[in-house]
Design a protein around this ligand. Structure first.
Ligand code: SF4
Ligand code: SF4
Length: 654
């Protein structure tokens, strides 16, 4: 992708890339060009370097070239092993994130920096996990619940507690396939063991193992991460914000929050409101402190505080290029090491805070959770004191920003649905209105659009084109991660975007007062999506795989995305990928993922690098699922395009 016109959907990104060229600064696009075409063996997943007899690379073509590695491993084994290791790494990332939050809950105290913000949610979880609550202090309950969660990572017996939240038929499938995850870390360790040289050499077993490990992410690590973050920092409710690099302010101290764990970012939000630090900001000549989020930390703080969204994964370097970022504060995951050389070209301080993610050349100020606020204040002070070092001749803030509504937790979605419940007839607080519009065909289905950016595709193009096509066809979209930020920047998470939706979805948006694309949070918050799907399936008395629901990652790049794709598939939801995973060197693995897993889990992978084709494939699949629902007597096949039945049906329903 040497033609920069192709790099991004957003003209402002292009301007910043030009600025980088003029200032002699190297960006991801330059490195992508330098990299030339990727190695074909790596791209197809047929290289192995897990022992010192290798590295080995085998031919992806049967009967031609080396067919086996030195130990005798075939392309199928090598590909499946590499794929399983990607799942293990992704699961480990979410697992460590969740463990951190569980530890923070264990630290929480009435007078401490970390308190319990959503007591009701804690009590609901305590009840679910059979923790006695009567007469107990809320913090004692929190500590007990936190201990149970911490045991989920390494308990010696049983399976994960959150699996009980799945619909009954799903649990039976997991039971039958023997893929109910036991302890989260155990599944990761088992993959690393089984993919060691001379262990599992059977592709199907490795795919099975991958599903079990991935489920330990979705129904373990990620779910703990989301639930505990809500309890500690508040369950999100709808709120307004703005998105894109235009949220950076010329006259304020700009602090970019990048990474993942809300235990840090929540404290930075508190510190940025500290009167002493605000006073210091004024003393150094700034009008205030402007926080802006990036990637999933950005999603966490926007969901709970409406902190503005600077951008997504692709834009981390571009933000620094504006010349107005006093500090990029990071913790873990998705942080470019190139932020070191790029911040060196400007006045920006690149501050790492986690011992899990130290980066050469960055300023490391370790975040101390035991003295969280004090620690966060120290970091914010560094940013404020850096304001004086701005290089005036290097400032360029793009004007682009969009209005966005964020904050759609499952609880918030259900609350919105209550708006159309006739409380004389139906109880409040259920997913019934959602089930009703799906059954009636007012909504054809739902799609979870998630995942990263990837320089193999035009920045945000896949996210936005897929979203637009789906909502125009009356498919409601829920989104997380960098896809959610793409949607926010494009204005698709604003209520105004309903005008881009089909008639059925438009009517739902108006009546329920929601945008057609719902921002549900960060990557761990995909657990919110599977919770919502599972609640709807349970309400309708079916399994997840019976619903007209799809998941799609148009621009995925990380191992976490591989883990997510696999747990979504193993949860019974078809997964559409816009970037090919490194599996094409094994026809066996491709057949397993895109075909045979469906017999096991009721869902499978679809892959196409053309986003519009991908969207068409999703619409076809959604209609196929509707046909099945109709056979079960649970749906009508009217289409929104056929007549005005969509609005009629909705008004009848509500
Ligand atoms: S495990 Fe086998 S295929 Fe892999 S590097 Fe060692 S010898 Fe080669
Ligand atoms: S969507 Fe991908 S790039 Fe963005 S924060 Fe999540 S894993 Fe990182």
């Amino acid at each position: 992708m040497s033609d920069t016109k192709m790099v991004s959907l957003d003209a402002m990104d292009e301007q910043l890339i030009q600025k980088a060229k003029q200032e002699g600064v190297e960006t991801m696009w330059d490195r992508k060009v330098t990299m030339k075409a990727p190695c074909g063996f790596g791209e197809k997943g047929v290289c192995c370097r897990i022992c010192a007899m290798g590295p080995c690379r085998v031919s992806p073509v049967e009967g031609k070239g080396a067919q086996r590695g030195i130990c005798g491993a075939t392309a199928d084994t090598i590909v499946a092993r590499n794929f399983a290791r990607m799942i293990a790494a992704g699961t480990a990332a979410h697992s460590d994130h969740a463990r951190e939050i569980a530890h923070v809950m264990h630290l929480a105290s009435k007078d401490g920096n970390y308190t319990i913000k959503d007591e009701k949610k804690l009590l609901r979880l305590a009840e679910e996990w059979e923790v006695k609550t009567e007469g107990k202090d809320i913090y004692d309950i929190a500590h007990e619940v936190a201990e149970i969660a911490l045991n989920e990572f390494g308990k010696p017996f049983g399976t994960l507690r959150f699996l009980e939240r799945a619909p009954e038929p799903r649990k039976k499938i997991w039971e039958k396939l023997k893929i109910k995850p036991r302890a989260i870390d155990r599944e990761i360790a088992t993959i690393m063991h089984s993919t060691h040289m001379g262990c599992t050499s059977d592709a199907e077993s490795l795919i099975h193992m991958g599903m079990r490990t991935a489920l330990a992410d979705g129904w373990g690590g990620s779910m703990i991460g989301t639930e505990f973050s809500d309890i500690l920092f508040g369950t999100p409710v709808p709120r307004e914000t703005e998105a894109n690099l235009g949220v950076l302010e010329e006259k304020q101290i700009n602090i970019l929050l990048h990474g993942h764990e809300p235990s840090l970012s929540e404290m930075i939000v508190m510190a940025s409101q500290d009167p002493e630090l605000v006073k210091l900001a004024h003393e150094v000549g700034a009008e205030g402190i402007n926080l802006a989020g990036m990637c999933c930390t950005g999603n966490e703080v926007t969901m709970r505080h409406g902190v503005k969204i600077a951008g997504n994964f692709y834009q981390q370097e571009l933000a620094v290029l504006t010349g107005v970022v006093e500090a990029v504060i990071v913790d873990v995951q998705c942080i470019f090491p190139s932020l070191t050389p790029i911040t060196d070209c400007y006045h920006t301080k690149f501050i790492t805070t986690s011992p899990k993610a130290k980066i050469t050349g960055a300023t490391h100020i370790e975040f101390n959770e035991e003295k969280a606020l004090e620690s966060a204040k120290g970091i914010v002070r560094e940013a404020i004191e850096n304001f004086k070092n701005r290089k005036q001749d290097k400032i360029f803030i793009p004007k682009t920003k969009a209005q966005a509504t964020v904050g759609y937790s499952v609880e918030a979605v259900i609350k919105q649905l209550d708006r159309v419940v006739n409380s004389q007839i139906d109880p409040l607080g259920t997913v019934k209105p959602l089930a009703d519009v799906i059954k009636a065909g007012v909504l054809r289905g739902a799609a979870g659009i998630v995942g990263c950016n990837n320089p193999k595709t035009q920045h945000d193009y896949g996210h936005i084109e897929v979203m637009k096509k789906l909502i125009a066809n009356d498919v409601i979209v829920v989104t997380t991660g960098c896809a959610a930020q793409a949607a926010a920047k494009a204005g698709l998470t604003s209520k105004d975007a309903a005008k881009l939706a089909g008639k059925g979805l438009q009517a739902v948006c108006e009546l329920v007062d929601i945008p057609p694309v719902l921002h549900m949070g960060s990557c761990v918050d995909i657990s919110r999506i599977i919770t919502l799907v599972s609640e709807t399936a349970k309400f309708m008395g079916v399994d997840n795989c019976d619903l007209p629901v799809v998941g799609v990652a148009p621009e995925w790049m990380s191992e976490k995305a591989v883990a997510i794709g696999n747990y979504v598939m193993a949860s019974g939801i078809d997964v559409f990928l816009g970037v090919l995973p490194p599996v094409t060197g094994s026809p066996e693995v491709v057949d397993l993922l895109t075909n045979r897993v469906e017999e096991m889990t009721g869902a499978k992978f679809f892959m196409d690098e053309d986003s519009l084709k991908l969207a068409d494939m999703m619409l076809v699949r959604i209609e196929e699922k509707r046909k099945n629902l109709e056979k079960l007597g649970l749906a009508t096949m009217n289409t929104a395009q056929e007549d005005d039945a969509s609005t009629t049906a909705l008004s009848e329903i509500v």
